[in-house]
Design a binder for this molecule. Structure first.
Ligand SMILES: Cc1cc2nc3c(=O)[nH]c(=O)nc-3n(C[C@H](O)[C@H](O)[C@H](O)COP(=O)(O)O)c2cc1C
Length: 259
């Protein structure tokens, strides 16, 4: 076979392709465990940051020791000990027919169509007393599904932290949901009013500090009313009767966390 024959060129190209695909596949398989570990660490970092517990000088795993993971059955509002929180992935469970609940359109304030029957929750306790409970929340913005966490204090109503770890809203507009100053205005706000209704919401414009509702309200993001509305809607869903409300009510009446 001459050096430049068509057959030799094709054979060489074919062999190069085979070798490269074997290398890429081997790398993908070999690095899978590492990727999962990195994803888990990233999730833990997000939880710590949103709960305002993150210290960049201490390893994430070490800091996460003060957080206890648990799984909750949203319909009963009770902890479910048959599901291992370390292995549970609520985003994956929301896509599996055996573990998801379809949300009827009239109740689907978050625009998510379906959710997992169970949700992962994170408890921060000190000397046996609950300091914070951190709950995953997500829902549609203008362009994307926004994934985040809300952290509540021991009254299960006062916000101690809030933020998103994944979304595709426009930088400078809806993307301002990551703005530090805006996020800093959330702690201290109250989710529920005296009747137990979810009142926490992002308003259009700025909050009137004289208004009796100001304890439930957060400034709107200018030029991003649609994303702001998405934030209010997802909070209304997840903190309402079809989300965590039965669970938070149980905890309140039990006088704290006793899984
Ligand atoms: C390219 C482009 C990207 C936009 N991205 C967002 C967005 O991420 N979130 C949002 O609420 N509005 C976004 N808007 C603006 C909305 O279309 C709408 O005008 C805005 O939400 C209204 O908010 P305002 O009442 O505060 O002006 C975008 C507009 C354009 C042209």
């Amino acid at each position: 076979m001459s050096r430049d024959s068509r057959r030799k060129v094709l054979t060489t190209a074919f062999l190069v392709c085979v070798v490269c695909s074997v290398l890429v596949s081997a790398a993908a398989v070999g690095l899978k465990q590492r990727q999962q570990q990195n994803q888990e660490e990233e999730k833990r970092r997000n939880i710590l940051q949103i709960a305002r517990l993150f210290d960049p000088d201490i390893a994430v795993d070490l800091q996460f020791k003060k957080v206890r993971s648990a799984v909750v059955n949203l319909a009963s509002g009770r902890f479910d000990t048959t599901v291992d929180p370390e292995k549970f992935d609520s985003r994956r469970a929301a896509s599996q027919p055996e573990s998801r609940v379809i949300i009827p359109a009239e109740k689907d304030k978050a625009g998510i169509k379906a959710r997992s029957r169970f949700m992962d929750v994170y408890l921060v306790e000190e000397a046996g007393a609950l300091k914070q409970i951190i709950l995953p929340v997500y829902g549609k913005g203008l362009w994307s599904t926004m994934y985040g966490f809300i952290a509540l204090g021991p009254d299960f109503s006062t916000v101690t932290g809030f933020g998103f770890y994944e979304h595709g809203e426009t930088p400078g507009l809806g993307g301002e949901i990551d703005n530090r100053n805006w996020l800093a205005s959330w702690p201290g706000k109250k989710v529920y009013d005296r009747t137990g209704a979810v009142r926490l919401a992002v308003v259009k414009g700025t909050v009137d500090p004289q208004s009796p509702n100001s304890v439930h309200e957060v400034d709107g993001l200018s030029g991003a009313t649609l994303t702001s509305r998405g934030v209010s809607n997802l909070l209304a869903y997840w903190l309402g009767e079809n989300g965590y409300e039965p669970f938070l009510t149980q905890l309140r009446s039990a006088g704290g966390v006793k899984p």
